[in-house]
Design a protein around this ligand. Structure first.
Ligand code: AMP
Length: 397
């Protein structure tokens, strides 16, 4: 069943109804419990505002961090409720627990258009076990379930999937947007369709490569994983990162691309360094000339040109993973220039993964990207062609 074909909050009457919404408010906090990045809360606003405007009684549930069992101040959702209140310009009631007396009383007392935030759902170990009794208790507070937490949609937990066993289940605007953009790119892309994959390891991206190789016109490989491909081609790679047990796989992926007539682009030159540090002695060399005592840490100038051209001729671009060790400013150029090419391509562009998303944001290109995926793990699994449990359980149109 296609995941694009799911009912949304617009397909169900929410007026006067108690609606439990799974959001992803797993935001970073500093030591004073101040939110350092509220992007995830902002991302859920369209859904919450819609429910408020329609006169629903909204009950929000999320996790934050990885608490052990039971209440822990450090992992309380309170700061997120306060921030949401500021963004909404209206009070967000904070419950003292998740399925306890306080939460239930406050949920029952909600008036139309009011918003309640439950405590951290992972204060109960039953959450991640998708315990049916726990899901039923949560569900008992509401009449409708909305999942809008794309970042956890690849997990079958009580609040991300279990609730759908007890309540009519639909998705919010954030999940709707994710599945519309990524779903269309995967099922019916405007061509040429170019995928850019980077990051440290081939092993993390095998599933994505295998799924995309049937769909794209051009597959661009960068980052540490390129060196496993070079090894497969018989190049010397010096001290570059290598997954020796994936060399055969790299070889078979190259053969598969060739057999299917897909362009597989690998770096033609590399910025290499003596050791793994920003200030190491560095130079740019062709991919066939990496000295034994150097490691590849970024794509080189010619590669940037080659990749940028391919990206700019695309109509659909998917990008996941940096082109080099971008945490070191001296090896961040490849990632930055790919971000620029994606932004300037005019293509339908989808960027996933924390590092690539951070790169486009840092460079001020975020508004030129069609869609920046909010879920790292979830978007990778989606690109692998896997069914995400938190979306699968929602009602079909
Ligand atoms: P991932 O989490 O798989 O997207 O990989 C991101 C990480 O890959 C970043 O921390 C980068 O520093 C790292 N990375 C990218 N290129 C290289 C490289 N050539 N050598 C070592 N690490 C790399």
């Amino acid at each position: 069943m296609s995941m694009i074909n799911k009912k949304t909050i617009e397909d169900i009457d929410v007026k006067g109804k108690k609606v439990i919404v799974r959001v992803d408010f797993n935001v970073p906090l500093d030591e004073n419990k101040k939110i350092t990045d509220d992007k995830r809360i902002v991302g859920a606003l369209p859904t919450i505002k819609y429910l408020v405007d329609k006169g629903a009684k909204t009950i929000l549930v999320s996790h934050l961090g990885r608490p052990k069992e039971g209440f822990e101040e450090k992992y309380s959702m309170k700061p997120t409720a306060d921030r949401l209140g500021e963004l909404l310009g209206k009070e967000v009631v904070m419950a003292k627990d998740v399925i306890g007396e306080d939460a239930k009383a406050k949920a029952a007392a909600l008036k139309d258009g009011e918003v309640l935030m439950l405590e951290n759902v992972r204060f109960h170990k039953e959450e991640t076990k998708n315990n049916p009794d726990f899901a039923k208790e949560l569900a008992s507070m509401a009449e409708i379930y909305v999942n809008d937490a794309f970042g956890t949609a690849h997990r079958a937990h009580a609040s991300t999937a279990g609730l759908a066993d007890y309540l009519p289940a639909v998705c919010g605007y954030l999940i709707k947007k994710e599945i519309e953009f990524m779903g269309k790119a995967l099922s019916n892309p405007e061509r040429p369709f170019v995928a850019i994959l980077g990051g440290a390891k081939v092993s993390d991206k095998i599933g994505v490569i295998e799924n995309l190789i049937d769909k794209v016109d051009t597959l661009i490989i960068g980052g540490g994983m390129a060196y496993t491909f070079f090894k497969a081609m018989g190049n010397g790679i010096g001290t570059s990162i290598l997954e020796a047990d994936k060399v055969d796989l790299a070889k078979s992926l190259m053969e598969k691309a060739q057999a299917k007539g897909i362009k597989l682009l690998l770096p033609v030159d590399n910025k290499i360094g003596k050791d793994f540090s920003n200030d190491t002695e560095a130079k740019i060399v062709p991919s066939t000339e990496i000295p034994d005592d150097y490691m590849g840490m970024d794509i080189g100038t010619k590669t940037i040109e080659l990749y940028s051209q391919a990206i700019k001729s695309a109509k659909t671009v998917i990008w996941n993973g940096p082109m080099g060790v971008f945490e070191f400013p001296n090896f961040a150029t490849g990632t930055k220039e790919v971000a620029r090419a994606v932004a300037e391509s005019g293509a339908i562009s989808i960027v996933g993964g924390g590092d690539s998303a951070a790169a486009v944001e840092q460079l001020g290109f975020a508004d030129k990207i069609t869609h920046i995926s909010t879920g790292g793990g979830a978007s990778l699994e989606y690109l692998e062609g896997k069914v995400l449990p938190g979306i699968d359980v929602l009602m079909n149109k």
